[in-house]
Design a protein around this ligand. Structure first.
Ligand SMILES: [Zn+2]
Length: 176
C-alpha cells in the first residue's frame, strides 16, 4: 500500500511502497527514513527523562518540520524580574515614607521639642519687649505730666509775682 511521504530537504511529496525502508527523494535524491516519528520521539524522551520534567518539556530533540536533530536547544533565559524589582522598590519607598512620617510626628510631638519651645521663648520675648515699650511710654507720659506741672508752677509764680507788683504799686499810690 503506497504511502505519501515528504522529503525533508525539498519538501517534495511522493508515494512510497515501503514506508519502513529508506526513502530516496526523486527530486533531490536525498535519502531519509519516513518511519513514523513516534519511535524516535519516544526514544529521545526516554533518554532525556532522567533530566526531569522541565528538561523533557523544553527539549524537542527533533525539529517537527524537517526531521533534523537540533542538537542542544538553547537554554531558556529567564526574563528579568522587572515586576519583582518594581514591587521591591515600591515597598522600600512605602517604608521610607512611613518612617519619615513617623519620625516627623515623633520630632514634633516630643515634650522637649526645640521647635515649639523656641516658639514659646520667642512669644515670651515679644511679650517682654511689649511690656518694656509700654513701661517706657508710661514713663514718658509721667515725664510730660511732670513738665506740664512744672510749667504750670512757673506760670503761677509769674502770675503771683505780677500780683505782688500790683499790690506794691497800689501801696505806693495809697502812701501818696
Ligand atoms: Zn527531495
Amino acid at each position: 500500500m503506497p504511502t505519501l511521504v515528504t522529503c525533508p530537504e525539498c519538501h517534495e511529496r511522493f508515494d512510497s511502497e515501503d514506508e519502513a525502508a529508506d526513502q530516496r527523494c526523486p527530486k533531490c535524491a536525498h535519502v531519509f527514513q519516513s518511519k513514523p516519528r513516534a519511535p524516535y520521539t519516544e526514544g529521545i524522551q526516554a533518554k532525556s527523562a532522567p533530566a526531569g520534567p522541565v528538561a523533557k518539556a523544553t527539549t524537542p530533540a527533533w525539529d517537527e518540520e524537517d526531521d533534523k536533530p537540533l542538537g542542544r536547544p538553547p537554554t531558556p533565559r529567564a526574563p528579568f524580574p522587572w515586576t519583582a524589582l518594581l514591587i521591591l522598590l515600591l515597598g522600600l519607598l512605602f517604608f521610607a515614607l512611613v518612617f519619615s512620617a513617623g519620625f516627623n510626628i515623633w520630632f514634633l510631638m516630643r515634650p522637649d521639642n526645640d521647635f515649639f519651645r523656641g516658639n514659646a521663648i520667642r512669644v515670651q520675648e515679644q511679650q517682654a519687649i511689649e511690656r518694656q515699650r509700654q513701661a517706657e511710654m508710661a514713663a514718658e507720659q509721667a515725664r510730660q505730666a511732670q513738665q506740664a506741672q512744672q510749667e504750670e508752677a512757673r506760670r503761677l509764680e509769674v502770675a503771683l509775682e505780677r500780683e505782688r507788683e500790683r499790690v506794691r504799686q497800689l501801696e505806693q499810690q495809697l502812701k501818696k
